[in-house]
Design a protein around this ligand. Sequence first.
Ligand SMILES: [Zn+2]
Length: 260
Amino acid sequence: MRTQNDICLLCKESRATQKNSHLIPRFFGKGLFETRNPRHGIEINKDGKRRRVQDIVKEDYLVCPGCERGFSILETYCSLRLERFNKLRYYQEFKRFKIGEFEYFECKNLDIKIFNLFIYSIIWRLSVSSTYAFGAFSLPKIHEEELRSILSNYIVKTQEDLISSITDLIALPNYSHITIRPHKKLRPPNSMLSAASLGDYLHEIFLVDYLILFLTDSDKTESQLKEIDNNNLDKLVRIGLVSVDNWKKYNYTSIKEALR
Ligand SMILES: [Zn+2]
């Protein structure tokens, strides 16, 4: 068990005194708790054991308050811009594409460098976490350290500082990450908050209304999914779209597997 006397896992300088760190940005979990009465979610660990939870998973003493604040700057910036997709008046900020059955949208107002750090911050936190819920998720140590080292360069105090410091980010590791969501959010969500490593290089995270696939080897990415791979610094952020029916099917299969 970590304590407040341990060193921050991210900066490795300050004491990890931060309690209640969100492992997953709060806005992702909101859908789980906003529409039900009583409001609770079900957490499933790697052995398939379930328990009821009132809020999304938090953990004490992983990082220092400064690093926690750095993460929240990434989250505020990205969540605001991603969530505008559902609001008609921000229609102009997104461009939609359809190639056969394959659909995605581009976010014109979301800096892809910041988006990459945001995704990396989620992956890194889930990997270093020792909570029950994310026991099935872990990256090889070499990649955990690679992410830590990038993230620790961009822990700053304000969004303005982030935007100015990120100009010196000029290369990313050879990863891939794909983000997918349904056309329309389901309420109740019929989906879950969970994360699992499905082998050496493929890691999957369900964030209620979003699914993230993270690959530590970009050569393993299916060619069609490469179209919406956001692990780059020069394109616009692309989010894959699936029909509500396919989303339900995919989630249902995964939930069934988790409960097996
Ligand atoms: Zn720190």
